[in-house]
Ligand binder design. Structure first.
Ligand SMILES: NC(=O)c1ccc[n+]([C@@H]2O[C@H](COP(=O)([O-])OP(=O)(O)OC[C@H]3O[C@@H](n4cnc5c(N)ncnc54)[C@H](OP(=O)(O)O)[C@@H]3O)[C@@H](O)[C@H]2O)c1
Length: 323
C-alpha cells in the first residue's frame, strides 16, 4: 500500500487535521474521496484548491449517521482515514448525547460497517489523547503510553464529555475490529496546532489563539501536550502505509506548562495580548511517550517551528481579534 493510484477515503474532509491529511495524500498520488456534510459550504472551498485536487479529489456529501452515504463514499477505496468527529470549543454548552456521542460512537460504527461492506483493507481511526490521559489510576509520575486508557466514569465525573466521546468511540472501534476481523489502527494525537488550510478556526487552534489575544488577568498554568498538524498528518499516513503498524499509537511531541508556552510566544511575538499572570497549579506535568510511533520512523518538528507557522497563519488569514 504505497500511494500510486490507490483510492482512499477521508471522513470529515474539510476539518483542520483532515485537510492536511488530504493535502499529503494528494501529493503522494492517491485518489481521495472526502466526505463533507455540505460540499457547497465556503468552509470546504479550500479543498478544491489543493495541489492535484482537480484531478484526484472527489467530495461526497454525507453525515456520519447516514450509512448509505458513507457506503457510497467508501465504495472502491482500499483504505479509509476516519477523522470526522465533533471537537467542541472548551467552553461550548452542548447536548453531549446528541451532538457528541451519536456522531463519535455511532458514527465510528457506521464508518466501520461501511468499510466491512465495501471490503476496505485498512482503516486508520483518529482517536485522541483524550482517550488515554484521563486515568486517575495510572501510577503517578509514570510516563503514559498506549497501555493507558481514559476512565469513562472519571471523564463523566469531571465533565469531560469530549474525552468521554473519544474514549467510547475508540473502544467501539477496537470491539468492532475484534468482532469483524477488520484491519484497524488508531492514532491518539495530543492537542493539534499549526497552520490552518481551512478558512475557519477549529477548537484546538482557537485554544492557542486565545493565549495571544484574550489578555486574561490570570490564566491556569496547567500542563498541555501538543503536536504539529503536519506531523500528526504524516503519522496518520505512516500508520496507513506501514503494514507492520498495529494497535494504538500515541502521537505527541511537546509537553509544556501554559506559562512556559506563553513565555516562548512572548519572546517570539512580543506585541500580542498575553495573559497577565498565572494561577499556580499543583498538577504534575503530563508525560507522554510516542516511542511506538517513533520506532516506526515518525519524526516531529521543534515547537518553535509549529508556533511560528501557526501564529503567522492566524495573522495572515485575519483570525487575530476575530474569534
Ligand atoms: N485538534 C485536536 O487537538 C485533536 C487532538 C486529538 C484528536 N483530534 C481528533 O482529530 C479529528 C479531527 O479534529 P480537528 O481538530 O481537525 O477538528 P475539526 O476541524 O473540527 O474537524 C472535525 C470534522 O468532523 C466533522 N464532523 C463533526 N460531526 C460530524 C457529523 N455528525 N457528520 C459528519 N462529519 C462530522 C466536521 O464536519 P463539519 O465541518 O461539517 O462540521 C469536521 O470536518 C477528530 O476526530 C478529533 O477528535 C483532534
Amino acid at each position: 500500500m504505497m500511494g500510486g493510484r490507490e483510492r482512499v477515503c477521508v471522513t470529515g474532509a474539510g476539518g483542520f487535521l483532515a485537510s492536511w491529511i488530504i493535502k499529503f495524500l494528494l501529493l503522494k498520488g492517491y485518489h481521495v474521496h472526502g466526505t463533507v456534510r455540505d460540499p457547497g459550504d465556503e468552509k470546504n472551498a479550500h479543498l478544491k484548491k489543493l495541489d492535484k485536487a482537480s484531478e484526484n479529489l472527489q467530495l461526497f456529501q454525507t453525515d456520519l449517521l447516514n450509512s448509505d452515504g458513507l457506503c457510497a463514499a467508501i465504495a472502491g477505496c482500499t483504505g479509509v482515514f476516519h477523522v470526522a468527529s465533533p471537537v467542541p470549543p472548551a467552553d461550548a454548552v452542548i447536548n453531549s448525547e446528541v451532538e457528541l456521542m451519536e456522531p463519535a460512537v455511532t458514527g465510528t460504527r457506521n464508518v466501520l460497517d461501511a468499510c466491512l461492506k465495501t471490503q476496505v483493507k485498512k482503516v486508520v481511526v483518529v482517536s485522541s489523547i483524550g482517550a488515554i490521559a484521563l486515568n486517575p489510576n495510572w501510577p503517578k509520575g509514570q510516563v503514559m503510553n498506549e497501555d493507558c486508557w481514559s476512565d469513562l466514569a472519571f471523564c463523566k465525573a469531571i465533565k469531560q464529555s469530549y474525552c468521554f466521546s473519544k474514549t467510547a468511540a475508540e473502544s467501539e472501534a477496537w470491539e468492532y475490529a475484534k468482532r469483524s476481523g477488520l484491519n484497524v489502527v488508531t492514532i491518539c494525537p495530543s492537542v493539534v496546532i499549526g497552520p490552518l488550510l481551512q478558512p475557519t478556526m477549529n477548537s484546538s487552534s482557537l485554544y492557542l489563539l486565545k493565549f495571544l489575544q484574550d489578555g486574561w488577568e490570570a490564566a491556569d498554568n496547567g500542563s498541555r501536550a501538543f503536536v504539529d498538524v503536519r506531523d500528526a498528518s504524516e503519522a496518520t499516513l505512516m500508520l496507513y502505509e506501514k503494514p507492520e503498524a498495529e494497535g494504538r499509537y500515541l502521537c505527541s511531541s511537546h509537553e509544556i506548562r501554559t506559562k512556559d508556552l506563553v513565555e516562548k510566544l512572548k519572546s517570539m511575538y512580543p506585541v500580542y495580548n498575553y495573559p497577565k499572570s498565572f494561577k499556580e497549579e499543583e498538577t504534575e506535568v503530563i508525560r507522554l511517550s510516542s516511542e511506538k510511533l517513533q520506532n516506526l520512523g515518525w519524526r516531529y518538528r521543534p515547537l518553535e517551528d509549529t508556533l511560528t507557522a501557526a501564529v503567522n497563519n492566524y495573522a495572515e488569514n485575519g483570525h487575530m481579534g476575530k474569534n
